[in-house]
Design a protein around this ligand. Sequence first.
Ligand code: NAP
Length: 309
Amino acid sequence: MAMPDYDLLIAGGGPAGLTAGLYAARAKLRALLVEKMAPGGQAASTYMIENYPGFPEGIPGPDLMQAMENQAKRFGLEIVTGEVSQLTSRGQLWEVEQEGRKITAKAVIVATGVEPAKLGVPGEEELKGRGVSYCATCDGPFFRDQDIGVVGGGDSAVDEALYLSRFARRVYIIHRRNALRAEKILQERAFRNEKIEILWDNVVTKVIGGAGVEALELKSVKTQERRTLKVSGVFFYVGLKPNTGFLREIVEMDERGHVITDANMATSAPGVFAAGDVRQKLLRQVATAVGDGATAAFAVERYLESMFR
Ligand code: NAP
């Protein structure tokens, strides 16, 4: 068997990938982490993380993720920037294609996470970056003293609406039902916030604008009536889409594209493990992602011992 480049390749540098990298580095595996942007994942664009244990006052997402990266690097984890575009079985090894470069490894941990889903209404794509956004921490400050819409009723929508209320004059949460899905503590904060107004039982049917967003066309799901809501920005938080396109036909996934694993993070393909939000799981949080990452790295160690002794 040809000597592989690495024992372990980790795709994705969010909390799951960085934790897997930390554990792998401490286990003295030859590990490479490939991250398409800056390490940190979705958590790095979260203004404040309040439910990661150990930080009673909360910790800014970028600070937590920078600390995780520093910690993994301190133990020797190698991190490169690039996108994993293909995964191919080569006998007992896996070959990963990273922007034209072929890398072989004995095992792979997929920790590529999720990205915001698109609503798919007219104007959304056309006005992206000109008032349509999926990242409040990135774009919120542009909307100082303006009226904006936030679409969705989950943790992301409510958390980000609260963040946006620091800048905006008015934040409309547009939700398709008459009850929020978000954590109760976030709901209570939103209900108390004078800048936030919730437009229940409404869906966005169009984003209207020219040089920038000017308004949203809303439709009441109860009366089917349409109306126009003037806003200069809109943030969509209608769920998350797993980054698993490169795994098609390689590992088993659910109908939404989340990777199915067992309790040890093993996928249906021997030597391929998955960790974090990309997995089919109940709760997608930093706290659960780090547990997945640690378990996956430990499971890889076991796998390597049994397969490559
Ligand atoms: P989510 O929980 O899937 O919520 C998506 C929201 O968008 C739901 O309210 C859903 O409405 C609505 N929606 C979906 N499709 C829609 C459509 N076509 N038209 C209109 N509305 C639509 O997604 P998320 O809020 O991004 O959260 C994802 C994960 O990240 C969760 O596990 C969450 O706990 C975690 N997260 C946690 C925090 C935190 O702890 N502070 C922050 C961010 C994210 P319905 O309610 O009617 O289904």
